[in-house]
Design a protein around this ligand. Structure first.
Ligand SMILES: Nc1nc2c(ncn2[C@@H]2O[C@H](COP(=O)(O)OP(=O)(O)OP(=O)(O)O)[C@@H](O)[C@H]2O)c(=O)[nH]1
Ligand SMILES: [Mg+2]
Length: 456
């Protein structure tokens, strides 16, 4: 985005790095008059006189005493993250020192920043569009390689420029109609109805194509919720430990060992899976175990994929068939992988499974992982080099916009007058504008920036 009309607000500060023992910490200070404020507590060069993008050595002083030896990076407006005059103080890491440097800056008359306030200012100063600001938060929260890749791609502004192309097409269509409206008295037709129809109907499949990326986008950003289900003793906790490469869940030969739901993050081929080990599901009189079964069903209902284990070393148990059937009936669209467990043992039961595995000696585990990824993504596009919708906010706005374009097309077919058509088109424009932040309000901004950490 182009930077226009930078507004410098009152100076704010926050620690930008994670607190704890570290080599260095960075304290960010941004706003009007920051260099003069820091000068009050800095022994070194006069920061206000320094050129942008320069670094200066000196000391932070409190009550004439040295707090720390620091390096201060100077960014002059508009050439900074926020667009304002900004300083980044690199001090020694360690909570105490960092906090003391921060307090010293606060005492110099700088206010503590709210979560996401620096990025909020960057947005207001046109340094970032709204979906780019959201990408900054996504990068910080990314737990897998693919999530980081797709967030970077959004930060580069590729989603935004795609949305702006859509908006331009709608603006062109609106202009055709409004020109006609201006001359309505003279009964002149400027809008070529066919051309208008084509312009709008071409947009629908383009929006749909973008909407189709949401399913994969969501899984890439949030991770794949995976539930390990099956009868008691099927080997769920053992499989969980095999996936994790460590003893995370308690394993025992006693059926009904796992009573509660246990979660663990694990990543495969750049994709994050959140594994949930559940209590074995079966009809039970044990009150605690029954509660576990209830929780298992809740976990299944919220899952993106279910890995159902059938113990191949145990004799046929009709409950196995019944439970699997119950899951399939209750959640018909849920991807399921049925794995026959304990394939290293003597096989007592032959039933149809997608794959045979042994958590004990590792047979079939890689193939299971591959199958899980394949089933959960089905034919969803996961090309992170392409443009992807990863946020439900963006998806909702695209759906809204699509709805208004469809109504406009319908209205056009019905021969509705131009003024009504332009109401629909303006609504479609508005919906798209909320994605990039051309159209916004305080509530949207507050909910977005409050997700940020302090210092970003
Ligand atoms: N031979 C063999 N035994 C296994 C394998 N996986 C699990 N087991 C054994 O099966 C028994 C049950 O394993 P768990 O992982 O506790 O089973 P679970 O499904 O979590 O059981 P609950 O928590 O009771 O529902 C244990 O004695 C495991 O050692 C395997 O691949 N091969
Ligand atoms: Mg268990």
């Amino acid at each position: 985005m182009q930077t226009t009309d930078i507004i410098q607000k009152e100076p704010i500060t926050a620690i930008a790095t994670a607190l704890g023992q570290a080599g260095i910490s960075v304290i960010r200070v941004s706003g009007i008059g920051v260099f003069e404020k820091i000068n009050q507590v800095f022994r070194g060069k006069n920061l206000a006189d320094q050129a942008t993008h320069t670094i200066h050595y000196g000391h932070i002083l409190k009550d004439e005493k040295i707090v720390d030896e620091v390096l201060i990076s100077v960014f002059k407006s508009p050439h900074s993250y926020t667009g304002e005059d900004t300083a980044e103080i690199s001090c020694h890491g360690g909570s105490l020192i960092t906090q003391t440097v921060l307090e010293t800056i606060l005492q110099a008359g700088v206010r503590h920043a709210e979560p996401g306030e620096f990025t909020h200012r960057a947005f207001l100063n046109g340094k970032l569009s709204l979906e780019q600001a959201e990408a900054v938060a996504d990068i910080i929260h990314a737990k897998s390689k693919k999530a980081a890749e797709s967030a970077h791609q959004q930060l580069e502004g590729r989603l935004g420029s795609h949305i702006r192309t859509f908006r331009q097409q709608i603006i062109d269509a609106t202009a055709m109609i409004e020109l006609e409206l201006d001359f309505i008295e003279e009964d002149v037709e400027f809008a070529n109805k066919e051309q208008l129809h084509r312009l709008l109907s071409d947009l629908i499949p383009e929006i749909d194509q973008l909407l189709d990326t949401y399913e994969a986008g969501r899984l890439i950003k949030n991770g794949v919720k995976t539930v390990l289900a099956g009868l008691p003793n099927a080997g769920k906790s053992t499989l969980m430990n095999t996936f994790m490469g460590k003893e995370r869940a308690i394993v025992s030969a006693t059926a009904g060992t796992t009573r509660d739901v246990i979660d663990a993050d694990w990543s495969y081929d750049g994709l994050l899976f959140t594994l949930t080990d559940t209590a074995g599901i079966r009809t039970t009189d044990d009150e605690i175990e029954a509660e576990g079964v209830k929780r298992s069903h809740k976990a299944i209902s919220e899952a993106d994929i279910v890995v159902y284990l059938r113990d191949m070393s145990a004799p046929f148990d009709p409950d196995d068939e019944a439970q699997l059937e119950l899951i399939r009936r209750q959640w018909p669209d849920k991807p399921i992988v049925v794995a026959g467990s304990k394939s290293d043992s003597q096989i007592l039961d032959q039933f149809s499974v997608d794959i045979q595995i042994s958590a004990k000696n590792g047979t079939g585990i890689d193939e299971l992982k591959r199958l899980m990824k394949e089933r959960v993504l089905a034919d969803a596009q996961i090309d992170t080099s392409g443009i992807m919708v990863t946020s439900s906010r963006h998806r909702d706005a695209l759906q809204k916009s699509r709805g208004h374009i469809s109504s406009a097309l319908q209205a056009l077919d019905d021969g509705v007058t131009g003024d009504f058509l332009s109401i629909d088109l303006r609504a479609a424009l508005q919906a798209l504008g909320t994605i990039t932040g051309e159209i916004t309000n305080e509530d949207i901004l507050d909910s977005i920036f409050s997700r940020f950490c302090i210092g970003k």
